[in-house]
Design a protein around this ligand. Structure first.
Ligand code: EPU
Length: 435
């Protein structure tokens, strides 16, 4: 069923909202649970389609899980791993499931994992993952769209990543946990989710240090050192940034709970430069507000101004005073939102990985479609800002990464509802019947 959002723009967001657990951290923790020959409990697990996919991957491997959606916790029992294959049907739905490669290599010394392929935002290769595993001693064959990795044992090594890839850093951290000796990952990714994975691994008995810097050291431990544990995933900095932007976009004022401000320093700084006010109320609670027209700014995406907030920040620039230049440093094709924002009246000129956004007075409602998760969230914010009604199609992209998005926005006073083609047909029928 094709679900859509109907948004009536122009409402000022006010009130309080709480951010859920970080999708891009929890997916990796779930994969890492298979290192433990026993049970692991993870708290702060958001209910997202990507989480469901990762749980299906685990269950296909023989792990058992229970997901308490009220408590937002998952218990994985990986005592009995019966398969080493992650199927194309699951990996192709979610690129992050490729992380299971490193986890399986640690636990079973063999893995058969479908190649994830590219996606709307870019080619998204996995060559660093493969080269890193080879450096640890794995023999790798790529056949029929699957990576088949095998090793009699993994041995620690010095690995230099040409690009500080998040996924490659994580896959290699997982693979190195039980390797013989030490592994040093140089030019490692430094995102908060990497630190959270290191913390998770240390909680189950691994020996990882340096996460959050460009050099991560993993001293291999014995399988019997790994043990059952409980862990709470960090809050989602991208969800937090999305709500902050939504409040700023509508010149609102709201309290946002369960935020780690240190994970959003660069984004906060840019919002303040645009004219927003951000106050720390408590260590994990902020108050965001904004009055008057925003001022344009320039920015380049990097770890602390994550590419995942680029489309959302672009939406803010569409009605800001002046011209803002955005440089997307990670992906070849992450300006997918541009044609739809133009349809809503934005003035954006795109030249390769640069976008020049000239602020217009207002956006106007239109029918648009989410092309990926973050572009979809950006269009929802555009709809909240616009005059009139906006329909956002292809919600399955948004459901991958935002839990109860419309409910949280409604709580803040947004006029947004979800409907599908059958409800639409019913409404039309009712209207016809009443004429
Ligand atoms: N790259 C290679 N070879 C590799 C690996 C990466 O060339 O072997 C390139 C990619 O093509 C890309 C760049 O390196 O151009 C960075 O990719 P990276 O590996 O860092 O990204 P990822 O691990 O695939 C994660 C997040 C993304 C987020 C990026 C960057 C998860 C599940 N995904 O992806 O999040 O954009 O890091 O911060 O953690 C999202 O949540 O919407 C999302 C796309």
């Amino acid at each position: 069923m094709a679900e859509k959002f109907k948004i009536q723009g122009g409402e000022t967001l006010k009130g309080e909202v709480s951010v859920g657990g970080a999708k891009n951290a929890v997916l990796k923790h779930l994969a890492a649970t298979i290192l433990v020959n026993g049970k692991t409990k993870i708290y702060n697990v958001p209910h997202l389609t990507d989480v469901d996919i990762m749980l299906n991957v685990l269950s296909d491997l023989g792990a058992k899980y229970t997901y308490d959606k009220e408590e937002k916790s998952v218990v994985v029992d990986a005592s009995n791993i019966t398969s080493i294959t992650a199927k194309y049907e699951l990996v192709s739905k979610m690129r992050a499931s490729f992380i299971i490669l490193g986890a399986l290599m640690s636990r079973c010394k063999e893995a058969i994992v479908a190649l994830p392929g590219g996606c709307a935002i870019g080619e998204r290769r996995v060559d660093f993952h493969i080269k890193g595993l080879e450096a640890l001693g794995a023999k790798i064959k790529i056949e029929n769209g699957y990576v088949h990795a095998k090793a009699s044992k993994l041995v620690g090594a010095d690995i230099y990543l040409d690009i500080p890839s998040v996924g490659a850093t994580e896959n290699l951290m997982l693979a190195a946990v039980l390797a013989e000796g030490s592994t040093r990952i140089q030019n490692a990714a430094q995102e908060p989710e990497i630190i959270d994975l290191a913390n998770f691994l240390n909680t189950i008995g691994a020996d990882v240090s340096g996460a959050g810097t460009s050099e991560i050291l993993i001293n291999g431990v014995k399988a019997e050192n790994l043990h059952s544990a409980e862990y709470t995933t960090i809050p989602d900095r991208i969800e937090a940034g999305t709500f902050m932007a939504a409040v700023v976009a509508t010149r609102g004022k709201a309290i946002i709970k369960n935020v780690y401000p240190a994970h959003l320093t660069f984004f906060n700084d840019k919002l303040i430069k645009m004219g927003a006010s951000i106050k720390l109320v408590e260590p994990t609670t902020i108050e965001v507000s904004c009055k008057g027209r925003l001022s344009s700014i320039n920015f380049v995406t990097q770890p602390y101004f994550p590419t995942d907030l680029q489309a959302i920040a672009m939406t803010l620039l569409t009605t800001a005073n002046g011209v803002g230049i955005i440089t997307e440093s990670l992906y070849e094709n992450r300006f997918m939102q541009v044609p739809d924002l133009r349809r809503m009246g934005a003035d954006i000129h795109q030249d390769r990985n640069h976008a020049i956004v000239k602020g217009v007075k207002n956006l106007t409602g239109a029918t648009v479609a989410a092309s990926d998760l973050r572009a979809g969230a950006a269009l929802v914010i555009a709809g909240l800002m616009a005059n009139g009604q906006t329909i956002v199609e292809k919600l399955h992209h948004i459901d991958r990464g935002y839990e109860e998005f419309e409910h949280k926005l409604t709580k803040l006073g947004a006029k947004i509802c979800r409907y599908d083609d059958s409800t639409e047909a019913k409404i039309i029928q009712e209207i016809r019947g009443s004429i």
